[in-house]
Design a binder for this molecule. Structure first.
Ligand SMILES: *[C@@H]1O[C@H](CO)[C@@H](O)[C@H](O)[C@H]1NC(C)=O
Ligand SMILES: *[C@@H]1O[C@H](CO)[C@@H](O)[C@H](O)[C@H]1NC(C)=O
Ligand SMILES: *[C@@H]1O[C@H](CO)[C@@H](O)[C@H](O)[C@H]1NC(C)=O
Ligand SMILES: *[C@@H]1O[C@H](CO)[C@@H](O)[C@H](O)[C@H]1NC(C)=O
Ligand SMILES: *[C@@H]1O[C@H](CO)[C@@H](O)[C@H](O)[C@H]1NC(C)=O
Length: 343
């Protein structure tokens, strides 16, 4: 017998023996030796597809359907579940005991549902590592969503209606590496907000209404590699804000309200800083940024917004006279050398 055919038959026999060939209507099931993935993408689906759901399911995806109710009873038939993906459904709430008994569940994705308020303990009961609540209608977070010993490393709350940074509610998440709070309505980052999360590597705060940042906002986060602050209302930065962040690779400050940067602000270990779409005021106070741009080749090309005579000019193309600085002043020799090296 043809070897391939024989193997296919052997797999089918073993699947039938374990009953794994059952699959809910409107869903597709993919079975391998270690995983059983069920995907239900049918818009006509409006109830949990419990009938025929393989009991050994490790990954369940129900997406872009009319599903509006989910209970712990639905999930109790699939205790080996590791990943639950529910993007684009009509869920407006979840019961507090939803994840009870799911001892292997590490990832839950509820992107683009209609979630508003979730009850206490809703994310207890399972050893979650990744939780995505992006694009819902969440304006408040219960202080007891998460267990004290949570191992969550990835939390995405972007695209919700948070007006205040949920300091106390996120307090127990000491293992967070990635925190998404972009596209909310945050007006400030209260002093010490991020201190409970010393393992943070990426902080997404873009598209909020932040006006300023505390000098020590990031100072305890020595593992931070990426800071996203674009599309806020930041009009000044403490000059030592990014100092001591030895792992920093990228900072996005574009589309804010910065007029100039205080000397020292960008004396950091990365030149990958995005600075465009700020109303840079190119008088003498822009000299520090101009030096950084011309001598250290930052990877951004910010332009002047004022004064009128230099409007829309790239800051790096200005000369000392353009900035209203006296022309006769030799830069220190070290900087001349750095400049020459850059050519
Ligand atoms: C989803 O539910 C809405 C409201 O109950 C209904 O009007 C619509 O036809 C349903 N969509 C599908 C694809 O069944
Ligand atoms: C977090 O991980 C530790 C060590 O693996 C474990 O003992 C603890 O129960 C976990 N916490 C939760 C809430 O699952
Ligand atoms: C969790 O932590 C809070 C604040 O630190 C404490 O009040 C509470 O008793 C703790 N709960 C448990 C179950 O350990
Ligand atoms: C920072 O990263 C290092 C290397 O990955 C890790 O060993 C250390 O535990 C991290 N620090 C914190 C506070 O998580
Ligand atoms: C700067 O980055 C380099 C290359 O990653 C690293 O070797 C060096 O230790 C860093 N220095 C500081 C002050 O962070």
């Amino acid at each position: 017998m043809n070897g391939q055919l024989f193997r296919a038959l052997a797999v089918m026999v073993s699947l039938c023996a374990s009953g794994a060939l059952s699959c809910p209507k409107r869903c597709t099931c993919h079975v391998s030796r270690q995983t059983t993935e069920v995907v239900c993408p049918d818009a006509g689906l409006s109830h949990f597809p419990g009938e025929g759901l393989p009991s050994q399911t490790t990954s369940l995806t129900i997406q872009f359907t009319n599903l509006s109710v989910l209970t712990s009873k639905h999930l109790s038939g699939i205790p080996l579940l590791e990943e639950l993906h529910l993007p684009g459904n009509k869920l407006s709430s979840l019961p507090g005991d939803l994840l009870k008994g799911l001892r292997y569940l590490h990832t839950v994705d509820l992107t683009d549902n209609e979630l508003r308020e979730l009850p206490e303990h809703v994310f207890h009961h399972a050893p979650l590592l990744n939780l995505v609540l992006k694009d819902n209608h969440i304006s408040t977070i219960h202080p007891d969503w998460f267990p004290n010993s949570s191992n969550l490393t990835w939390l995405d709350l972007s695209g919700n209606l948070l007006m205040k940074f949920p300091v106390a509610q996120l307090q127990s998440l000491s293992n967070l590496k990635v925190l998404h709070l972009s596209q909310n309505k945050l007006e400030e980052l209260p002093v010490g907000s991020l201190d409970p999360h010393p393992a943070l590597e990426r902080i997404h705060l873009e598209q909020n209404k932040l006006k300023s940042l505390d000098v020590n906002a990031f100072s305890r986060l020595t593992n931070l590699t990426h800071i996203f602050l674009q599309k806020n209302r930041i009009d000044s930065l403490p000059p030592t804000l990014f100092h001591g962040l030895t792992s920093l690779e990228y900072v996005d400050l574009s589309d804010n309200r910065l007029h100039f940067l205080s000397p020292g602000t960008l004396d950091i270990n990365t030149s990958w800083v995005e600075l465009t779409l700020n109303p840079w005021h190119c008088d003498g106070k822009i000299e520090y940024l101009w030096r950084k741009l011309t001598l250290e080749s930052l990877q951004s090309e910010p332009k002047c917004a004022a004064p009128e005579k230099v409007k829309d000019r790239a800051i790096a193309t200005l000369n000392r006279e353009d900035m209203g600085l006296s022309e006769i002043q030799d830069p220190p020799e070290s900087q001349v050398a750095a400049f020459a090296n850059n050519q």
